[in-house]
Design a binder for this molecule. Structure first.
Ligand code: DUC
Ligand code: ZN
Ligand code: ZN
Length: 451
């Protein structure tokens, strides 16, 4: 054996077991009580620790050209930070260029990612252009191992309802999964212009131009198109109560509607936009009011939120400052890739949810929904993506302890209870007690299949 983890408590989405774990050739080779350590030079005593499957962050924007700049974590920095927060697989969004096939878009980005990724990775393609044969290139991309596609209902690269519906129909035909960023574009544009013309330029008006109903209406509309097309739909970064209610209703009716939320929507409310550093919290959709935050937590507990992901898309303070006097000039996005698993596990440690639930949301469900067959649990035959977690330590987040390239974090000063002490990626130690110890280029492309 290459590695034996002894005396820990294994947590999967559906079980908690006291057992040892043995790793061979990057895979989990056995799980049993008292595995013999003869002939293994790498034995870890995990007494008092939890042994967890690595998290899967199904929503990142690394090195993303956006808002007049490029998000500040490239594929190395982002995956390095992921490793240090117990995340061992990252799904990044590839933005299709006009005229480009889906597979060509993936290959273009993979040329940047493959040489530097520190943990395993896959992609979703954000669809912009379905003209001519490009709609059919969705099926080719499914066969290539990237079966998930996103449409944006906002931004200059957002799609019309007609294109959204066409993409859903194609997904239904070829077994793809469509994701949606749901906000009402016309309302965002109208409200933004209105507030700016009235001289209302602070970060608070970022929230005011994208309030609850702007997202809620779009969630309802997106669900409507999914129902009509018969295709499943995954709503990314759900952040409002009206949308939660729409998801619950659709699930109750038996439709395959999945919902993701992010730690920032569970922790913060729109009040952050009144802070002096409010622009650092500008992301879309914005954090909403307390009623939405509570509705999201209730949905997490009920099982109507399927996954937690980060929407990691950091920008440096100097770039956030472009919007000091005009909220519309603030590049949208925040850092979070290193904070997701610790935050959700801390919620478990505090008794808000169970540890099994945290693992389900952050690892098992994203593996299942996006078709990564070798990930998502500590089970024999799966990749040895393992986090050793100490539930007894407190950790106060400060940017100097983070491993991203961004110069600030919205999580500054927040204390989580319990923290990862080691992360293994396919059996290789990549994070050890506060330090990144992995390797540039270690991460491999994860071929996904929904069949
Ligand atoms: N929202 C953000 O805040 N950043 C990246 C893209 C997005 O939809
Ligand atoms: Zn989005
Ligand atoms: Zn996003």
């Amino acid at each position: 054996m290459d590695l034996i983890i002894k005396n820990g408590t294994i947590i999967n989405a559906n079980e908690t077991i006291r057992a040892d774990v043995a790793v061979k050739d990057g895979k989990i080779a056995s799980i049993a009580e008292n595995i013999s350590i003869t002939d293994c030079e790498n034995v870890i005593d995990a007494r008092g620790m939890l042994v967890l499957p690595g998290a899967i962050d199904a929503h990142t924007h690394l090195a993303m050209p956006f808002g007049g700049t490029i998000s500040s974590d490239d594929y190395f920095a982002g995956t390095r930070a992921a490793a240090c927060g117990g995340t061992t697989t990252v799904f990044d969004f590839v933005l299709q260029d006009f005229g480009e096939t889906m597979v060509d878009a993936v290959k273009r980005r993979d040329a940047l990612c493959a040489p530097v990724a520190a943990v395993d990775y896959s992609y979703h393609v954000a669809v912009k252009d379905v003209s001519g044969e490009l709609l059919d290139s969705i099926a080719e991309c499914v066969d290539f191992g990237v079966p998930s596609f996103k449409v944006f209902m906002v931004y200059d690269f957002g799609v019309t309802d007609g294109v959204f519906f066409q993409v859903l129909q194609k997904a239904k035909e070829c077994g793809a999964l469509i994701e949606v960023h749901a906000e009402n574009n016309e309302l965002v544009n109208m409200l933004t212009e209105k507030y700016l013309s009235e001289g209302k330029t602070s970060a608070w008006y970022h929230y005011m131009s994208r309030p609850e109903f702007v997202e809620g209406e779009a969630d309802e509309r997106a669900i409507q198109w999914a129902k009509a097309s018969g295709a499943p739909l995954y709503i990314v970064h759900l952040a409002n109560k009206q949308g939660v209610e729409a998801v619950t209703k659709a699930k109750d009716e038996g439709y395959p509607i999945y919902a993701e939320t992010c730690p920032q929507y569970l922790e913060f409310t729109s009040e952050v936009y009144k802070r002096e550093d409010g622009r650092n919290f500008v992301c879309s959709p914005p954090m909403k009011g307390e009623a939405s935050r509570q509705a999201l937590w209730a949905a997490v507990k009920r099982g109507d939120i399927d996954t937690i992901a980060t929407d990691h898309c950091p920008f440096q303070s100097s770039e956030k400052d472009w919007g000091k006097d005009d909220f519309s000039k603030i590049p949208n996005g925040c850092a979070g890739i290193e904070n997701m698993y610790p935050y959700m596990l801390s919620a478990a440690n505090e008794g808000k949810i169970s540890f099994t639930k945290a693992v389900e949301l952050c690892s098992a469900n994203p593996a299942k929904i996006f078709g990564c067959k070798d990930k998502g649990s500590i089970s024999v035959g799966k990749d040895a993506d393992i986090v050793i977690y100490d539930p007894s330590v407190d950790f106060t987040i400060t940017n100097d302890k983070m491993h991203s390239d961004c110069d600030h974090t919205i999580w500054e000063g927040i204390t989580v209870h319990g923290y990862p002490i080691q992360t293994y990626s396919r059996g290789k130690l990549v994070y050890d007690n506060g330090e990144f110890v992995g390797e540039k280029g270690w991460g491999k492309f994860v071929k996904c299949s929904l069949k």
